[in-house]
Design a protein around this ligand. Sequence first.
Ligand code: SF4
Length: 344
Amino acid sequence: MGENLPQGCKLCLKGSKMVLFVTGICGKGCFYCPLSGARKGKDVTYADEVPVKNDLEIILECKAIDAEGTGITGGDPLIKARRTLKYVKMLKKEFGCEHHIHLYTNGMYAERDLLKQLKDAGLDEIRFHPSREFWDRIAVAKELGMFAGAELPAMPGEEYKIKEFIEYLVKIEADFLNLNQLEFSPENALQLKQRGHSLEEGEMSAVRGSERTALSVIKWARTEGISLPIHYCPSYVKDSVQTKKRLLRRAKNVRRPYEEISVDGLVGKVLIRLPSINPRELRRKLHEYTGIPLYAIGVSEDGSSMEVHRKFLDCAKKFFKDATFEYVQSYPTFLREKFAVFPC
Ligand code: SF4
């Protein structure tokens, strides 16, 4: 990352941007598209990982992470222009104009009239990922006075194409260019491999040569005296910085009283498995016998186990001689996916 980061990136690095996935539909079909099968080509909406069935869920997710802004993405959110405009207006109304909203689009549907409506609705920043035939849409956004830039993966071997694009962005006085490290995902792995790409040594997902491409382009731009702010976003920033910080923010707000938060933003608790006993009936007894506060004793969502804070493990073990005890760490997300289970 460099200096003069767009505000959307600054908040993203703090984990304080809610990701609003408006639709999985997109007319572009990039071979490296990382969208999962559950989202790609499907008209589904998610607020972070929460499947959205009504507008309130979007507001609640913003509150769950103390969001300072929203990044609107897809697919192409402009394919569902009315829905996207409604969300921009709703978020500004609910959280005020200081709630920073940026939007990603491939530009295909970014016609002047729609861009004007987005600007009037309060959109703060727009990022294009266009094919050459839609480059001029960025110029239109700039003419309308929008804060407009571009974002694309640093494709190994395509330095010359990126340089050409930079020259265009300079000509139209675009505000920034972000180059992302290209990554393998289960969805694009075959396509990338078929085109000769491989993993960067020692990396879990970064594509070999992508970082080198981004850095060499940035070096060239400096040598040429190009003033367009160009930033490089390595894949570890998304995983270890942005996602971790967002999890920490969410964990703080959604953890149950008997859950503790790890440094990585996971929530942990002791699970007590009781053969053929209804945990709901035993909750009060455990409280009365051991003195563990009621708020520190829960029942799992499926009703099959009891849950207590780790600091009461010894107490609970004295009370339940035949039970099985596990320490469970989960993501503090909507689905609360398990991360690890340790016998204890
Ligand atoms: S523009 Fe984005 S969402 Fe659409 S195909 Fe390309 S990478 Fe996927």
